[in-house]
Design a binder for this molecule. Structure first.
Ligand code: ISJ
Length: 248
């Protein structure tokens, strides 16, 4: 049988899953690549892979998709790696620079701006001064490892999982394991077992990460990220996709 092609996120948040994949027999049945989230999505859309840990917002443009796992990249409280960083309160921001590596969090920022904060700053994609805006009325969205240690550097920091929970009362799903074609139950079950193996060995993963003073990996991987794709998270996912469809 041909190997199943999989693209997973190259950030620390996915390291428990990668550990599980690398330490179980599934590794012999797949071709694994690690990519930034926007590329995970594009590879799945272009059928360069069969399964991707893709930003859920990217499913909006897919003719066929199915969730193939009981696990995800989610949060039940502040996630601590998805932010709007700003020099001014969000109500005084006139432009927002979106993160070129993201699909879900850019859309989450847009949903929250339109429906929760009720503000309409200009949205900028691929700004040349992305993540270091010269203008103090310009804020930016940022996700993943690039945000580690940055929280203390800005006067206004919005954790987007926390803001979504305040807005909806629901948890949030940033990325899920999604296929662009039907995947056998047999493979799905084995894949789930591998992912669970990795989650069960998070302490080993944490011990292997380089120590840093400005970010708590243990707290992040054990408590801030929530990897179970519960019914509440599925409800949140559907609600989020509906909000995206109503963005203007
Ligand atoms: C929690 C995170 O979730 C992610 C956010 C994504 C997005 O905004 O598109 C996609 C995949 C995840 O890596 C993070 O990257 O920090």
């Amino acid at each position: 049988m041909k190997n199943i092609r999989i693209s997973a996120v190259s950030y620390t948040n996915t390291q428990p899953f990668i550990y599980g994949i690398n330490h179980t027999d599934i590794i012999n049945k797949i071709d694994l690549s690690l990519d930034i989230p926007a590329d995970c999505a594009q590879k799945l859309i272009d059928d360069k892979v069969d399964i991707g840990l893709i930003p859920v917002a990217a499913t909006i443009n897919m003719p066929y998709w199915e969730i193939v796992s009981d696990y995800c990249i989610g949060a039940e409280g502040p996630v601590n790696s998805v932010f709007i960083f700003s020099k001014l309160p969000i109500t005084e921001v006139t432009s927002i620079q979106l993160d070129p590596e993201s699909r879900s969090s850019n859309n989450l920022a847009r949903v929250l701006m339109q429906n929760y904060w009720k503000v309409a700053p200009q949205q900028l994609v691929n700004a040349s001064d992305y993540a270091n805006p010269a203008d103090e009325q310009t804020a930016f969205v940022q996700i993943g490892d690039r945000t580690f240690g940055k929280k203390e550097q800005y006067p206004y920091v919005y954790d987007l999982a926390e803001e979504w929970i305040k807005f909806t009362g629901l948890p949030f799903v940033f990325a899920a394991w999604i296929a662009n074609k039907p995947i056998s139950k047999e493979f799905t079950e084995e894949f789930n077992t591998s992912l669970k193996y990795g989650l069960d060995h998070r302490e080993v993963v944490i011990d292997r990460l380089p120590a840093r003073d400005d970010f708590d990996y243990r707290d992040y991987l054990l408590h801030k990220l929530d990897f179970l794709l519960t019914d509440k998270k599925r409800e949140a996912l559907n609600l989020f996709l509906n909000y995206i469809k109503k963005l203007h």
